[in-house]
Every structure is written in structure tokens, then in C-alpha cells.
Design a protein around this ligand. Sequence first.
Ligand SMILES: *[C@@H]1O[C@H](CO)[C@@H](O)[C@H](O)[C@H]1NC(C)=O
Length: 153
Amino acid sequence: MDLQMISTYIRLSFLLVLFVGALHLSTAQTRSCARTCNVLYRCSPYYKELVYAVVDGVCRVYQNGCIFGNENCTRVNQCQSPLSSTSAEKCKEFCPRRCPRGGQEVCGWFPFINSNGENSDRYIAFANRCLLDQYSCQNNIAYAYEPTLGPCP
Ligand SMILES: *[C@@H]1O[C@H](CO)[C@@H](O)[C@H](O)[C@H]1NC(C)=O
């Protein structure tokens, strides 16, 4: 082989690697749910019309259908199973029963409308996520979005 041939060969293999790589990327994207759900509503966390759903074996309370729909969308786009709402009674059979004492502390944000009709916020810290979900489930109070880690501000 002369130098010219070797360099052509190298260039061709390089292109082949690129091509196969691109092919892999595109099939991986199709398989990973293709982000079909891109409806991201702007939801009011204060408007209360509770939606209940059992999520990964735990009853979750959502403040309203808008937030619930967004959560569903996010899950679908992450290849997780879609959510389906259920009655409060059914859901509450899945309130966390026993929670560990330790773990990562979380802060739950509980938006509500006060008696003067004003948007208000209550922040409650829990020793862990399980205790937050238990509180929310047992008291029919929704926390908005994912809790932040650590103590409340
Ligand atoms: C969840 O999202 C999927 C995908 O967009 C949709 O087909 C399904 O109806 C949604 N479920 C609910 C309960 O909103």
C-alpha cells in the first residue's frame, strides 16, 4: 500500500465510524420515547382542584389538573409510565404507611389561597421524602413540584 491509499483508507474508516455513530444516535432517540409530549402549560399552583394518582406505588396529590398534566408529560418524555388519576379513596390506600426516620431532608411547598382570597405559601420541612408524601396524602394537601432538598428557606 502506498501512502495515498493508506490515507484514503483511514479517511473512509473515519467516515464509516461517524455514520454508524449517527445511526446509533437516531435509533436511540426514537427508542427513548421521542419526547412526544411537549405541552408545557403555565399552571397556577394556587388554584386548587385536587387530582389523585398512584405514582410508583405511592399515592400523590396534585393541586390541579394542569399541574397533573404537566407531571404526566414530563414522565412520558422520560420514558416513565404515564399517570392515570384515581379517586381519593382508592389513592389513599397507597399513602405511605411506614417511613424511615433518617434520609435526605426535604422542603415541601404548599401553595394555598387564604381566607382573603390571596395567594399564600406554606413551607414545611420533612426528614425525608416519604414523610412528605405521607403528610400530603393523609391530609389531602398538595405540594407543588418536586420538593427541594435540605431545610426550608
Ligand atoms: C399522559 O400523557 C400521554 C402522552 O401525551 C397522554 O396520551 C395521556 O392521555 C396522558 N394522561 C393523562 C391522564 O393526562
